[in-house]
Design a protein around this ligand. Sequence first.
Ligand code: GAR
Length: 227
Amino acid sequence: MNDTPAPYPLEDAEKSRVVILISGTGSNMVTIAELIRDELPEAEVSAVICNEPEAAGIQKARSLGIHTDIIDHRGFTSREEFDVGLMRTIDAYDPDLIVLAGFMRILTPDFVRRYEGRMLNIHPSLLPKYQGLHTHKRALEAGDSEHGVTVHFVTEVLDDGPNVIQAVVPVLDGDDPQSLQKRVQLQEHVIYPIAVKWFIEGRLSMQKGQSCLDNKPLPPTGLKLDT
Ligand code: GAR
């Protein structure tokens, strides 16, 4: 019998490893980290990686006892070089899932291909509407009666991978971008944990470019929650 102590508890070695990338406030990161801590003992957040040294989310991650890495993109001469550095940092954790939670960087194709099928993003619009920035303002300017948020798998085209889940929120009289953003963000904190839980439980996958739940393709909108 080999009684050499294991370097770390065996159960940790068996856990699904999640790495979360942030650039800012980190509210989605906190919701996901709390979900994993409280409801998914089979998973752990290995690290939170942030490209903005002053981001509020860094302290929030540390308060939750999560290891943080700061990789300031300004220290690199090109997008490609930054992404190589980022990949090195991510790969050191050998993650099963990469969660982009307000990570405000355009990713290179090499980066995206490396993690295809195991990288999720949240975007504050009903994709494919309003890819890119200022989504709340654009929805208001277009006179939309509803707006929302989407979780999707990341593919090479920005904000374009197959949808996993969407929450729809009404646009109300008198809304401005801030009030709409607040209403949308409440729903972000509902749908992102659902998608992460599905993935950790092995129910969510990307197959032939489509999001599948329990091996069945989801509709193009993803699962749609009306609020
Ligand atoms: C969220 O509203 C998320 O939808 C958005 O950044 C915010 C991050 O908030 N993401 C994008 O715009 C990606 N294109 P948080 O730091 O409080 O989670």
